[in-house]
Design a protein around this ligand. Sequence first.
Ligand code: ADP
Length: 464
Amino acid sequence: MRPLPIRVRLTASYFLVLCLAFGAFSVLAFFEVRGSIHSAVDEGLRDRAADIQELLERQWSPEQVKRELAAGSSVRGEDDILQIAETRGEWAYSSVAALHYRLQLAKSGKAGDKFQFFTMYSEGMPLRILNGQLRTGDKTYDVQIAAPMDDFYDAVNRFGLLLLLSVPLLLLVASAGGYWLSRKAVAPVGEIARAAQSIGEHELSKRLPILQTGDELQSLSETLNEMFGRLERAFKRVTQFTADASHELRTPVALMLTRTEIALRKERSEADYRETIVRIHQELERTSALIENLMTLARADSGSDALQVASTNLNEVLLEISEPARLLAEEKSIRYEQRLPEMPLHINGNAPALRRLFLILIDNAVKYTPRQGRISVVLDACDGAAMTEIRDSGVGISSSGLPHIFERFYRADESRSRESGGTGLGLSIAKWIVDAHQGKISVASKVGEGSVFRIEIPLSEGDC
Ligand code: ADP
């Protein structure tokens, strides 16, 4: 089942909370009013009992007391409902109203007991009753005083009715207000969702309208726009990468096709065929390296090739590659020097990836340094990082080319790079490896003088 819209759920929760709050308030208010009325009436009954006590203490004759009580009754009107009787004796008095309501005088109370209050109905009239004993000298009297409660109860019931009618009405109005508010609050989210839906893969440059509300909704649309920006850039990178990769692959394939077509055009000598095969083999080697590099970068982009790191001694890594590096340099009569510190420098690294990184940089240094040149590799510790510098006395990189050399397929000198087997991906892979080690790679270069590539990778905790 589809969940209900958020505005309906909000209103329903709001309605429930209000029901509970109003319900509890109404019940409390009703009983509080009723309780207060009882307390006030009880207080009146207690006062009357005190008056009677005073009267009894005057030591008047029983007849005089009766007259006085009757006079009091007539002053107070019919409502003075009163019965009094000597506990051990014959003397008793009942007001007209007490007789009318047929009240029974309880004789069970003990002297000094607190007064008892309760409510009862007699002759259809709700009565609040005080039962108790009064004591004067050696005599005790049972006394019962009552007050009619019909007017009070009418008022309380009217109050209850008012609550009963007004609370549902209030609930309705408040819930309607809550629904309107939540609709208003949620409406922009719907707008944002509709706008986001309209952004397809080919319209990634579109952006959501920013609601200048300064609240969560504004930050939601801004966050979504930032996300679209990142998606757009990633999408462009992938499209560009695919286009560049196809372009790069097309060139050697076209070259190989042309060579084979020319070779097959007529009968050739064995030496000619050999020459063609050697050229095709060179192209295949280059294409194979290109495919290998493309796959490395594609895996790096997808995040599936996360490097496993372990404590690695950088001196050892550089010692391991010194032999192939020296061989590469010697092929071009380039002097190769390597200076490593005495102490081991440990980093959290992936040894094969680090070997690949240094070989890419040394291979480049060899490629772009003329014969008889110099290449030096120096490792040192600096500010909690292992710093490796690969310096060459080669052709250098122009200042316009410098900002681009880590871009994929960028080559400062297309023909030179291609001639030397370059794919334009080496430095992109180098940068990815350095980034994966939380390191930094930078370059300084002067055309005609040479280049220095500097790599800084944080040392492991103990080596800092
Ligand atoms: P390539 O396979 O073409 O060498 P890279 O990504 O390794 O691709 O390098 C990109 C470009 O940077 C190269 O084409 C070259 O122009 C320039 N470059 C890299 N290293 C050096 C260097 N040591 N000296 C001069 N230019 C360099």
